[in-house]
Design a protein around this ligand. Structure first.
Ligand code: AMP
Length: 357
């Protein structure tokens, strides 16, 4: 373990969206400076970070200058080009590590890893062609979902098959991209655990949150989730297993399906996560501060939940109804995005519904 980062040091963040913005604010509260790398100007993180390298991920000089300007580097999204990471990592350490990133960038590698450490996933098979799709259907059956192996988020790059007749359309939806065929899980609820592992190997997980999606995008996260005590313990222990197996440093989101046959891991995200935004009003130390503490080599904080909270995403024009939906016990978080386009995450609200039950 290297020495803890000193106040005044500069933390680099790859990506300048809302997660980068909230990470920058947390880092700033701890006395660090932040430097974002993001091709887009006027992005959410650029409004609060100290420095902004506005360049493409193919710009070797900009990546080199950025890495030289930072004491440590993290990221707010997982689809960072490998070549860019090679350049940066040769100069400045990156947390979480490359293995964790590579595992979560590819749904097939991710499921192989989860299976290897003894966790349950949906039944799955790789699909590249009409023949391999036919084999997957024979092996796993329908209903099922075909998902691109890489670059999928918020339900994008996915196609549902209710019967084998849907195969040609599903394959066409993948547009030639390598895919994973997943058996459909009949779950009662979806939950996620946000967990952090420190540089010293200590692990702290937040209470599981219950997630509701609308049109493939997270709509609300509510704590406490409707879980039995043993389900809650299972969810937290399996998250700690994942963090340890990846020798992870930082905050991670683990999405789970709750079924009568146990918890099934849907996916892992090697970063702070939308379903962890409730921690801003539900805990003394939230997911963003935990992440910065971890990558800085500082001791983790106490993530115990002190309040019941419902987080609601403000998507597109939802933001115009803020006056109606926000109550006096609602904390408002807006991302400073200029245009409220359909499907765009403009902000979120955390409504505190009482002391922790
Ligand atoms: P993902 O992009 O993999 O997180 O999927 C988005 C959403 O689609 C999930 O949150 C679930 O609601 C649903 N979903 C994904 N995979 C499955 C599955 N194998 N079985 C049932 N529902 C799924």
């Amino acid at each position: 373990m290297t020495d803890p980062l000193k106040t005044g040091a500069t933390i680099g963040i790859l990506g300048g969206g809302q997660l980068g913005r909230m990470l920058s604010v947390a880092a700033s509260r701890l006395g660090f400076k932040t430097c974002i790398f993001e091709p887009q100007g006027d992005c959410p993180a650029s409004h609060v970070a100290n420095f902004h390298y506005k360049a493409e991920y193919s710009d070797t000089d900009a990546l080199t200058n950025f890495a030289n300007a930072c004491d440590i580097i993290t990221f707010e999204f997982e689809n960072i080009p490998t070549e860019a990471l090679d350049i940066i990592e040769a100069i400045t350490p990156i947390h979480p590590n490359r293995d964790a990133l590579a595992t979560s960038q590819d749904r097939f590698l991710e499921k192989n890893f989860l299976t290897r450490i003894g966790l349950q996933t949906a039944p799955y098979a790789t699909v590249d062609t009409a023949e391999t799709l036919e084999q997957a259907i024979d092996q796993i059956g329908t209903p099922a979902i075909l998902k691109t192996r890489r670059m999928g988020y918020d339900g994008k790059g996915q196609s549902r098959l209710m019967s084998p007749d849907d195969a040609p359309q599903a394959l066409a939806d993948m547009a030639g991209a390598p895919a994973v065929y997943e058996g459909f899980i009949d779950f009662s609820i979806e939950v996620s655990v946000i967990g952090t592992r420190g540089a010293d190997g200590s692990v702290s997980c937040f209470d599981p949150g219950e997630n509701v999606h609308l049109n493939g995008i997270l709509h609300t996260t509510t704590v406490p989730a409707k879980l039995s005590p043993s389900q809650r313990t299972d969810a937290i222990l399996l998250t700690a297993n994942i963090l340890n197996a990846l020798d992870y440093v930082g905050t991670m989101g683990v999405e789970l399906f709750v079924t009568p046959h146990g918890l099934i891991v849907n996916e892992i995200a090697p970063r702070v996560h939308n379903s962890g935004h409730w921690t801003q009003q539900g805990c003394v130390v939230d997911q963003f501060e935990q992440h910065i503490r971890a990558i800085a080599g500082w001791p983790l904080g106490d993530g115990t939940r002190h309040s019941n909270v419902t987080m609601e995403n403000l998507i597109g024009n939802d933001v115009d109804r803020l006056a109606q939906i926000a109550k006096t016990n609602t904390a408002i978080h807006l991302y400073g995005k200029a245009d409220a386009k359909a499907g765009r995450k403009m902000g979120h609200i955390n409504t505190v519904t009482g002391p922790a039950a």
